[in-house]
Write a protein that binds this ligand. Structure first.
Ligand code: C5P
Length: 236
């Protein structure tokens, strides 16, 4: 079977880590939070399902999938990395697409581009060139005594040229990503994404242009933004 817009066979699984506590949002497990009458998780599952043979979701222990989702679920781990590792062990698909449930607006063209690049390079991620000025906060020890103790101060500038902000989805040859996860466990490495685990093995990861609407819902401000965008997104 061909997938819409790609030449990949249906040996692709979408793996969604959704086992986070959502503590920064303060509304219970984040995957279940609703944005425009659909859960964050429901939006990701619906976006990915047409492009893969199977969707597998990692949930917090004791939780069930919201009704009506075209997916199966497993219990996640104590960290995102552990949840993805468990998801990788739960499928034998040739390629996997990893996507955070916390990013509800997933453009089809990004899914297709990441899948194509994963097939070509073995590892690929959606990412956006950094647009803002980047500055490190001054270490507290260097603050002059007269400064307000609570205000962070401007420290060293980091040139933004050539820097990308990494998003999901990320696509991989499953065996390659599994190897990267096993090596990370052996080396005691905890990473915030999967592409970084592949890159630390010295392997190439393709950067595929992502989308500003792929922002991650982390704080109450992000949730307000998502709720404002949902009606526009849903009327496309
Ligand atoms: O905490 P953060 O926003 O970085 O989490 C990114 C994604 O990883 C979320 O979709 C979250 O549900 C998931 N996660 C997980 N298992 C954990 C922690 C986070 O699946 N133990």
């Amino acid at each position: 079977m061909s997938l819409p817009g790609t030449n990949l066979p249906s040996t692709v699984a979408a793996l969604i880590p959704a086992a986070g506590s959502g503590s920064r949002l303060g509304q219970g497990p984040k995957a279940y939070v609703e944005v425009g009458a659909l859960s964050l998780l429901g939006r990701s599952v619906a976006a990915l399902a047409p492009y893969v043979g199977e969707v597998i979701v990692a949930l917090p222990a004791g939780m069930e999938l919201p009704p009506g989702l075209n997916a199966r679920c497993i219990v996640g781990g104590p960290t995102r990395q552990a949840s993805v590792h468990a998801l990788l062990e739960a499928t034998d698909a040739r390629f996997v697409l990893i996507h955070d449930a916390a990013r509800p607006f997933l453009p089809p063209e990004v899914i297709r581009a990441v899948l194509d690049a994963a097939q070509q390079y073995g590892a690929a991620t959606a990412a956006l060139p950094v647009a803002d000025t980047l500055v490190a906060q001054q270490p507290d020890a260097q603050k002059p005594d007269a400064q307000q103790p609570d205000a962070p101060l401007w420290g060293a500038l980091t040139p933004r040229e050539g820097l990308w902000a990494v998003q999901t989805p990320q696509g991989f040859d499953r065996e390659l990503l599994l190897r990267a996860h096993r090596q990370a466990v052996q080396d005691g490495i905890q990473a915030t994404d999967d592409a970084g685990l592949v890159a630390r093995l010295g392997l190439s990861v393709a950067l595929v242009p992502g989308d500003a609407r792929l922002f991650k819902v982390t704080t109450p401000g992000d949730l307000a933004l998502a709720r404002a965008l949902a009606p526009v997104w849903d009327s496309r």
